[in-house]
Design a protein around this ligand. Structure first.
Ligand SMILES: Nc1ncnc2c1ncn2[C@@H]1O[C@H](COP(=O)(O)OP(=O)(O)O)[C@@H](O)[C@H]1O
Ligand SMILES: [Mg+2]
Length: 316
């Protein structure tokens, strides 16, 4: 039996500003102890707001969140002992050295001087930052700053680590290094909730994934399960010279057996198909008038699952 360590029930957040925004809309979610859980969705989907509520930074409009049995709204200080957070934007203290960033975090979490110092040194070693311990955050590359943020987030040995868009803005090499850090932490038994709009990242790291859009969970399961539920589909992405008469072309293609949808967009046409045998000549024929400039094909992956669920791609 897998133990559940985080329970999120009917979680909702409405921002009542000039424009009323329902950022998170009735989310139910349970994290299993020790898993890496990926929350995948485009910008504005409600990922940061969800993490903000789970980590006591944002007050929910309604719903409940328990972490390790603690109600985070009723007992925020107790909850914070059990969670580590790496926010979407760097929150290192720029006036403190790397060592001091860790040390004062430990002190804030009620460690004595000796323990805080020992823990900080241990983390600098573990995260290969020991040589830079007297440097300041501004002197670090994005990758190293991210590493320090993760070190700081786990300094008080939380049970659950929240990573909000951990690889946003990282170069590919730093992203790989970050993935391996997260995998190492996972092996040590920590539970991780990460948000991302990179489907490769969700796919690579997560035991389970939830797809979120407009504040709602659209699907949840392992990457394999999501791909199988939402079918082995192929997405054809056509770039066209002109969009004149595109609705007729789209209509012709929709009428083909195996074609699930054919939707014009700004630069061309997106076709989602269940069966691809013999389809290519039909696509070329149907879009003859518009002038095919480029075509990309994508087999079933999380991106195509997302397109299937929302009619958009993660980057739209
Ligand atoms: N403090 C706020 N006030 C008003 N609207 C907000 C606030 N924070 C987020 N939003 C809105 O809530 C929605 C979800 O935002 P967010 O949780 O940041 O999404 P994501 O992290 O998935 O990009 C967006 O429409 C965003 O503009
Ligand atoms: Mg965000």
């Amino acid at each position: 039996m897998t133990q559940s360590i985080v329970q999120i029930e009917s979680l909702t957040k409405v921002f009542d500003g000039k424009d009323r925004v329902v950022a998170v809309d009735g989310v139910d979610l349970e994290l299993h102890e020790g898993e890496i859980f990926g929350l995948l969705g485009p910008n504005g989907a409600g990922k940061t707001t969800t993490i903000g509520m789970a980590t006591t930074r944002i007050l929910p409009s309604s719903g409940r969140i328990h972490i390790n049995g603690i109600d985070v709204v009723k007992n925020p200080a107790e909850a914070r002992q059990r969670i580590g957070v790496v926010p979407q934007f760097n929150t290192l203290d720029r006036s403190l050295t790397l060592f001091e960033n860790l040390y004062y975090h430990c002190r804030y979490f009620a460690m004595g001087h000796g323990e805080a110092k020992a823990r900080s040194i241990e983390l600098l070693d573990q995260f290969l930052l020991a040589e830079r311990k007297n440097a300041y955050p501004a002197q670090l590359s994005g990758g190293l700053a991210q590493r320090l943020q993760i070190a700081r987030a786990i300094a008080h040995r939380p049970r659950v680590l929240f990573l909000d868009e951990p690889s946003a803005g990282l170069d590919p090499q730093s992203r790989l290094a970050m993935w391996s850090i997260v995998e190492d932490l996972h092996k040590e038994g920590i539970t991780v909730l990460l948000t991302t709009h990179y489907m490769e990242e969700a796919d690579k790291l997560s035991d389970r994934i939830a797809i979120i859009d407009h504040g709602r969970l659209l699907a949840l399961g392992s990457s394999e399960k999501l791909k199988s539920i939402f079918g082995v589909r192929t997405v054809y992405e056509l770039t066209l010279k002109s969009l004149e008469g595109i609705e007729i072309a789209a209509g012709q293609l929709r009428a083909q057996p195996g074609v699930e949808s054919a939707e014009p967009h700004e630069h061309g046409l997106r076709i989602v198909a269940e069966k691809t045998d013999g389809l290519l000549p039909l696509i070329v024929e149907a879009t003859k008038m518009q002038g095919l400039v480029d075509m990309r094909m994508q087999g079933a992956n999380l991106e195509t699952v997302f397109i299937k669920l929302t009619g958009r791609d993660l980057r739209d």
